[in-house]
Design a protein around this ligand. Sequence first.
Ligand SMILES: [Zn+2]
Length: 126
Amino acid sequence: MSTEPRTITLATSDHGDVTLLEPAWCTGHSHHDPEMLRADLIHTGPLAECVYLGRDLLAAEIVQSPFATPSAPELGGPTAGVSVFPLGKTLSPVQLYDLAAALDGYADRLRDMADQLDRIPDGGEQ
Ligand SMILES: [Zn+2]
């Protein structure tokens, strides 16, 4: 196995061919659009989805835009983050742990409601 850093060269409309270091977690650039601006180049990791009854509830993926300007940090940038849908924000590790804690709390509330529903005699039918 090579110890050389992995690189990828991508065409851009404003800077021609741009060579990037390819992080190990990046799933590749098979959908790259050569008309893309250099600032819009993005590394993307595998998608982690939460789907229930065929509906997409939540999805998250590691992202990094090496040439993005930090004008809107919540939209991602040169520092890797986790992009969360439908939240529409890129989260830091601390924010991602906070989201996970909020989801844990919500799961507890759902279990409490299921317990409460179980205790309603005859499902509440008269
Ligand atoms: Zn990449």
